[in-house]
Design a protein around this ligand. Structure first.
Ligand code: FAD
Length: 388
């Protein structure tokens, strides 16, 4: 059945025509191009590669950025785009998030004019793919401890170290790598094929199966001085990108939750048990549906308010922490309740629920875990940092 969206509280009336158009275009793309293939991709552990150039043509990459061929969407339009993509699959949304928020955004904000001209139009069209390398084997939640180093030798930078859990690492044409230098943490654009740079895929994932995840290794890897992003100094460089990406996650997971809710709603109306009555006629079942729609509605309002604040230039990283943490937890709750309401069928990949549920476990962990965002909120309201 075609997905019609979920709007219990008439939130659609708060969207402009343009915002609704972006949502509808993306919804149609997901319906026509993602839904028919994603189960097979998830089973095979592959990304639906034919979609990349199509998404580029539709303006999905770097959609809320201005210039260099980018669509220049508002942040609410961008949020709706993320929501619809994640209704299809978190791996597809992750692909678009990495390309736009974690690779194009830093090049636009921290890059030289030469770097912008060279990379942004090609990344926007999907002709070139990028990845973002921050996490290391021993430094996930605490990237400040990173061991990857870059040292200057004449006109070159020499990079040594390891990155892991990198989305699109092996398929990327350019890797944005964060490394420690004598002048603090800096970002480097390392091209695929550079001597001393290798990527290998991580296998055995039971989550984000339709997304490539890789480990990257740098050994005496030499890049020209022009590969460094001139305007990113210190950890606030990568953290600024993560705030962009987390904003997209806060919207995206609402899409996954909507899909789980709508699947369960339709299923429980059709499925009959005990005296040939729909299971939706039982109070315990209705309570779960009520909890789901309430959670989704609150998450929609939070995302919309954050989107409007971002469009006014007032959204702070601490706001995004609340958005990401709350909405991911809500989506996981919805996926679990929905899985339960489908009984045995809930574990089958014929339905999207178990796929969303497994994917959302990654979304809870990456871009700052649930704990870390709780600590961000805790620090904001108490003034006391409790990370250590
Ligand atoms: C599929 C996938 C794709 C990813 N893509 C990328 C990518 O493209 N680029 C990239 O750089 N990274 C990526 N990551 C990595 C991701 O950002 C990290 O996994 C995440 O930051 C958590 O780090 P960790 O896995 O090392 O967990 P850890 O930091 O070891 O945390 C493990 C547990 O300890 C808890 N914990 C840690 N410190 C504290 C504390 N101070 N207080 C309370 N609890 C704490 C955490 O909350 C968590 O529950 C990806 C991960 C996955 C799974």
């Amino acid at each position: 059945m075609t997905f019609r969206g979920v709007d219990y509280l008439l939130i659609d009336s708060s969207f402009s025509e343009q915002e609704l158009l972006v949502r509808q275009t993306t919804r149609q793309f997901v319906e026509d191009r993602v839904v028919p293939v994603i189960r097979d991709n998830w089973r095979e552990g592959t990304f639906p590669a034919p979609l990349i150039r199509e998404m580029g043509k539709l303006g999905f990459f770097g959609a809320n950025l201005e210039g260099y061929g980018c669509a220049g969407m508002s942040n609410v339009e961008y949020g709706l785009l993320m929501q619809e993509l994640e209704r299809g699959d978190s791996g597809v949304r992750s692909f678009v998030s990495v390309q736009g928020a974690l690779v194009m955004y830093p090049i636009l904000v921290y890059g030289s004019e030469e770097q912008k001209q060279r990379w942004l139009p090609a990344l926007q069209s999907g002709e070139v793919l990028g990845c973002f390398g921050l996490t290391e084997p021993d430094f996930g939640s605490n990237p400040a401890g990173m061991r990857t180093r870059a040292r200057k030798e004449g006109e070159e930078w020499v990079i040594d170290g390891e990155k892991t859990w990198i989305t699109n690492g092996s398929v990327a044409d350019v890797a944005l790598i964060w490394a420690r230098t004598e002048e603090g943490i800096r970002g480097f654009l390392v091209e695929k094929g550079t001597a001393g740079f290798t990527a290998s895929d991580i296998h055995g994932k039971l989550s984000m199966r339709a997304s490539v995840t890789s480990s990257l290794s740098f050994s005496d890897c030499r890049v020209p001085a022009s590969a460094m992003l001139p305007c990113a100094k210190g950890l606030k460089g990568p953290l600024g990108c993560l705030t962009q990406a987390r904003f997209g996650i806060g919207w995206g997971v609402v899409g996954a939750a909507m899909d789980c809710y709508e699947t369960a709603r339709q299923y429980t109306i059709l499925r009959k048990q005990f005296d040939d009555k729909p299971i939706a006629s039982h109070q315990l079942v209705q309570q779960k549906l009520a909890d789901m729609i309430t959670g989704i509605t609150k998450a929609q309002l939070l995302a919309l308010h954050c989107g409007r604040l971002k469009d006014q230039g007032k959204l702070e990283p601490v706001h995004v922490s609340m958005l990401k943490r709350n909405n991911v937890a809500m989506a996981l709750d919805c996926a679990r309740m929905s899985r339960d309401l489908l009984g045995a069928n809930g574990i089958m990949d014929e339905y999207p629920i178990m796929r969303h549920l497994c994917n959302l476990e990654t979304v809870k962990t990456y871009e700052g875990t649930d704990h870390i965002h709780a600590l961000v909120l805790g620090e904001r309201v108490t003034g006391i940092a409790a990370y250590r």
